[in-house]
Design a protein around this ligand. Sequence first.
Ligand code: XMP
Ligand code: MG
Length: 179
Amino acid sequence: MENDIARVLVTNEELKSRIAELGAEITRDYAGKELLVLGILKGAVLFMADLVREIRLPLTFDFLAVSSYGASTSSSGVVRILKDVERSVEGVHILIAEDIVDTGLTLKYLKENLYRRHPESVKVVTLLDKPGRRKVEVVPDYNGFVIPDEFVVGFGLDFGEKYRNLPYVAVLKPSAYEV
Ligand code: XMP
Ligand code: MG
């Protein structure tokens, strides 16, 4: 698996310390509020697990599963909710946790969908941001790292469901795509 890696973009140490900073910032911003952290399956799971342990507030979390990409690496813009939130989000402060914002199409759809359920607020925290690929205007409220326009894997992100367990964010060798 490690033989497939061309280059590490963000090390485990960098991830851990940046996630701690994000957690501290979110702790300050949401003090006294009822916070629901909503992780987008499956990519955001590792990030979210670390992040919630850095948020020193009472909170609840849940997950949404969406489908837009299939096995391809480019966005179709078509988003389907495969697994929805389990409870009403009316009056709740929702913080969507994403692994990466790329074209922005997934987030735009999700924010609009969630707003229709009358939450108190909807914000976004993403581990990675690829602003160079944006098709619609979505600005994450909290972002871990801005990365260049390259397909990345690791720390939750996959290629064909593989590499999610790498403890860092990396770019694959071209040979890893040729299967
Ligand atoms: P959009 O384009 O809607 O897409 O902002 C967000 C989702 O696309 C996936 N994505 C990636 N997954 N490496 C991945 O493993 C990447 O470089 C990458 N870029 C986009 C991801 O699932 C994200 O939630
Ligand atoms: Mg994916």
